[in-house]
Each structure stands twice: as C-alpha cells, then as structure tokens.
Design a protein around this ligand. Structure first.
Ligand code: HEM
Length: 534
C-alpha cells in the first residue's frame, strides 16, 4: 500500500497507529507472534508502571541493543557492490584454477572498496590508501584478492602491522579523529621505518585522493604463485585496471568535498550502478619464473617493491563488472569477510612475510568481528559451489552434518572424502635454513623505488607530492620528526627534500638518512609504474 492508502488511527494518547489492512503484511515479533500495538508498552493502567512481561517490548529493545558489531580494526569504512568476473582465455598453461579454464566463463563477484585509517563514520576523501577487496565465488571455493589501490605496502613483515596501525590511528590519550593522517605518532613511526618510504611517495601522491572508486587501480601487492595441472609454478602479481582510467582530485577539492558530502565516493558508486553505468576493470597478471626472480634487482618477496610494468608486462586475463548494489548494506557489505588465505587449487602463496602474516590475521579477526566460527554460513560469505565437510555446531550453526557420520574415514561410506588430484595442493618448494629472526639483506634497499616513483611523476604531480608532504609535516609538532623525515626525502630526491625543508622553515638541512643500501640513481624514469597522465 502506498503512503496515501495507509489508514491512520489515533490512539488514546493522541499517538498515531498504522494498522495492517488488506494485503499489508502483519508486524510480528522475531518469533513470529503477530503484534497488536507497536506504540505502547504493556503497563498497569495507562500511566504505568511498565511490565517486564511485555515480551514484544523486551525483544525489540534487546535486538536493537545488539545491532552494532565491532567495526573492522582497519578498513572500517567501506562500500561494496556485486558483479561478475569474465575469463578471456584459458590460462591452463599456468594454472589449474577452474576459474581460468574456459574462455567466456562468468564467475559471480563481490567487491568492497574502503579507506584504511578512518572509522566507519569517517569521510570518503581522506588522504589514505583505498582497499580493493574482491571475492570471486569460483566453482572451487571462494578466492579473495584482498588488495589496495597502491601496489606496495608500508612494512615488510606482518609483525609490524599492529605498530603501523596504532601509529596511523588516534593517539591513545587524546583520541583525535584519525582520518586526518597528520599527527606526530604517524610521522614518528614512518620516520623510524625507512622501508615505508616507497609507500609514502604513493600516499603523498594524487593516488591517495581518488576522484571515485571507479577510477582506481587495484593491486594484490604480494607475489603469488600459479600452479598448473603438473604442479609447475609461475610467480604472479595481480593488477586490476579500470576501464575508465585513473583520476584523482586535488587536496583543496578533497577538503571541500569532505565538508559538503562525506559520502561522495559511496554516492558515486551507488549512482553509477543504479544508472546502469557499470564500472569495469580488467584483471591483469604479471607472470615470471624463478630465473627472473633470481635476476631481478629487488626481492620479489618484498611487498615494498613493485615489478615495473615495462619489465614484466601485465597481461589482461579477464574483466570484472560491477552491476548490482547490495539489497542490504549490513548483511552484505558489513558482514563480508575477505581473507588472503582464501585461494582455490591452482593459486598458491609465496613466502612474502607480510602475506604469511595476513594469512593468519584475517581468519582470526573475522572470528571476533562476526561473532563465532560460522561466518561462512552468512550468505555473502558462503561459497556458491558444492561444499561438504564435517564441521559442526558452534554459535549460529546453519548447516550441520546430516545423518550418522560426522567424521572420516568411516565404515558407513557416509560423507565426503579427500581427492588427491582435485584437491588444493601447495607448491612443494624446497626450503632449507636456520630458524632465525632476521630480515633478508635483499630487502634492504629502501629508497631506489621511492625515487623511481617520484621521478616518474609529471612536474605537476611531483609538486602535489611536495605540497602534501609539507602540509602533513607542518601538522607535526616535534621538530626532530620533521627533520628525520627530510633526511629520508633527501635520499629519495634532493630537490624534494630541499623544497619540503624550505617550506617547513627548516634552516639547516639535516644530513641524509643513513641508508643500508645507497639509493640507485640509474633507474629509468618512465611510464613503467602505470602512471596515467590525464
Ligand atoms: C582488512 C588490504 C596488510 C590485517 C583489510 C581490507 C583490505 C586489506 C582491502 C578490507 C577488507 C574488506 O573490505 O572487508 C591489505 C593489504 C595489505 C594488508 C593490501 C598489505 C599488502 C595487512 C596486514 C595485516 C592485515 C599485514 C595483519 C597482519 C587486516 C585486518 C583487517 C584487514 C585485521 C580487518 C578485516 C575485517 O575485520 O574484516 N586489509 N591489508 N592487513 N586487514 Fe589488511
């Protein structure tokens, strides 16, 4: 019934009741009992006291009281959409993953874009990394590519993640809203973490203030492996390239937009998809073998490094189209659980120490965030392929083993069994070494790729980086931290370091930071970093 057809009845105290007439559904409790009056609690007399016997009132308030779940510890603010992935051609030569066997095959997908630092209610146009998490519901289970719009990361080892996130979020004492990303703790940590310098160049660039989710690239960041039917391994990096190209706003625009419309990015995605203007990305892979890995200037396990696209060309292998918004934000976008360890047979991990740590972290955090071990029973997280296992019980169990057997092997011939050929197999890499807490020396060059990124930018883009650094560091009260940052910048590009120092009013230029490995200056400045110059 439309608003106008609804019959309004005035109650005893002047309150309005809308009653279910004709084919209007009747309001019920969550146990299904029809409700006669949703405006008044059960009382002794018209003026109370209220009765605890009022199960409808108690159930309604109880459920409301428990509406909030913990927000994600990072990437709390996000927006998702449904769509599909379409495979261009068979990649059987490289991987036995079912999703890549047949040209034209469509696989359902769900994508969540996010900022990293801000709380769930923060604004969209913060200077920040954007999460780009893709869930592909393949015939061999869910494959999550939990990426960002920047191809590198701040840290090389997952053990530093809590420190990084603590430093980027609000200080424990003053608790100023975090999304400003300009405060002493963050720059203190960064200036003491030289491995973050490459990422810092990207974060201070226009990439960190995208105009829309539709104009962003996505990167799996780490090196993964493809394994074919013969279990032969090829290293692979994943890149999503937007059909619309790359576009960013400038900082002044970002500040104004945040004030006028903090939901700018989510509104943009909603409007585009509702208008049938479906955003699209191509999945590209950079493929390389052990020989290339051994000869590459940087360690392919180091997540603070890229493999320049001019050296290993990204090959398009399929397209991702987002064509449907969720019916319910909470059920889908909020409850979706991405996990790096969700890979199908034919995709495998590398020893990147950041990836290895993430493979533990996501499952662990979902257990708490989604309230128990059965979050794969929530429709948005449930695989869309046949699933058979003996897991049972726990909070909110929706699916339990049926029949007598809940274990295997069993003599009853009941339930599923393992399959050596079809099942997931890890690459049988030969590992040999001492048990140590050491970082490989091959991870020690912290400046060369930062420099490469900076020099690959147009003059205008370089200016934006210098302005962003000046703006952010001008918010840092501690002079030592400002100077320490400048000492790193001088290693990346002397002109950049000097400009920022001058704008910050630093009279005596600090010494260049000690570098474990001196930055290279013979790297070609090029378009290799896929800078799209709009
Ligand atoms: C969430 C990406 C590093 C722990 C996320 C999300 C993305 C992401 C996109 C949001 C997922 C969503 O939309 O629901 C990345 C990338 C990383 C990285 C690209 C580095 C290359 C790490 C590391 C850890 C970590 C090193 C921990 C060791 C988490 C946690 C969440 C999260 C706990 C919240 C998950 C949830 O509650 O649903 N990450 N992350 N991340 N990440 Fe990462």
């Amino acid at each position: 019934a439309s608003i106008h057809d609804q019959k309004l009845v005035r109650g005893n105290g002047g309150e309005l009741h809308q009653t279910g007439e004709g084919d209007t559904e009747i309001l019920t409790t969550s146990q299904g009992a029809p409700v006669s009056d949703d405006q008044n609690t059960l009382k002794i007399g018209e003026r109370g006291p209220a009765l605890i016997e009022d199960f409808h009132f108690r159930e309604k308030i109880f459920h409301f009281d428990h509406e909030r779940i913990p927000e994600r510890v990072v990437h709390a603010r996000g927006y998702g959409a449904h769509g599909y992935f379409e495979t261009y051609e068979s990649l059987a030569k490289y991987t036995r993953a079912d999703i890549f066997q047949r040209a034209g095959e469509k696989t359902p997908a769900f994508v969540r874009f996010s900022t990293v630092a801000g709380a769930k209610g923060s604004f969209d146009l913060a200077r920040d990394v954007r999460g780009f998490a893709v869930k592909l519901y393949t015939q061999e289970g869910n494959w999550d590519i939990v990426g960002n719009n920047i191809p590198v990361f701040f840290i090389q080892d997952a053990i530093k993640f809590p420190d990084l996130v603590h430093a980027v979020k609000e200080e424990p004492d003053r608790a100023f809203p975090q999304a400003q990303s300009a405060h002493d703790n963050f720059w203190d940590f960064i200036s003491l973490t030289p491995e973050s310098m490459h990422m810092i160049m990207w974060i201070m660039s226009d990439r960190a203030i995208p105009r829309s989710f539709r104009f962003m690239e996505g990167f799996g960041v780490h090196t993964f492996r493809f394994l074919n039917a013969k279990d032969e391994s090829t290293f692979v990096k994943f890149i999503w390239k937007p059909k619309l190209g790359l576009q960013s706003v400038i900082w002044n625009e970002a500040v104004k937009i945040n004030g006028a419309d903090p939901d700018f990015h989510r509104r943009d995605l909603w409007d585009a998809i509702q208008a049938g203007d479906f955003p699209e990305w191509e999945l590209c892979v950079q493929l390389f073998d052990q020989e290339f890995a051994d000869s590459f200037d940087f360690d392919i396990l180091d997540p603070t490094k890229i493999i320049p696209e001019e050296i290993v060309e990204p090959i398009p292998v399929g397209r991702l189209v987002l064509d449907r918004m969720p019916d319910n934000f909470f059920a889908e976008t909020e409850q979706v659980a991405f996990m790096t360890q969700n890979v199908p047979p034919g995709v495998d991990f590398s020893n990147d120490p950041l990836l290895q740590g993430r493979n533990f972290s996501y499952l662990d955090t979902q257990l708490k965030r989604l309230g128990g071990p059965n979050f794969t029973h929530i429709p948005i997280n449930a695989p869309k392929c046949p699933m058979h296992h003996f897991q049972q019980d726990g909070h909110m169990a929706m699916r339990n083993p049926v029949g007598r057997a809940n274990y295997q092997p069993n003599s009853w011939g009941l339930g599923p069994r393992e399959h050596p050929q079809k099942g997931f197999r890890s690459f049988a890499d030969a590992e040999d070494g001492q048990k140590v807490r050491l970082r490989a020396e091959s991870f020690a060059d912290h400046y060369s790729q930062a420099r490469q990124f900076f020099v690959s930018q147009t003059v205008t883009e370089q200016k934006h980086i210098a302005m962003a650094l000046t703006f952010e560091l001008s918010k840092v009260e501690t002079v030592t931290i400002r100077e320490r940052m400048v000492s790193h910048l001088l290693n990346i590009d002397e002109g950049l370091g000097e400009t920022v120092a001058e704008k910050l009013g630093i009279k005596t230029l600090p010494k260049k930071a000690d570098a474990a490995i001196a930055p290279r200056d013979d790297l070609p400045a090029s378009d290799a970093l896929s800078i799209v110059r709009n």
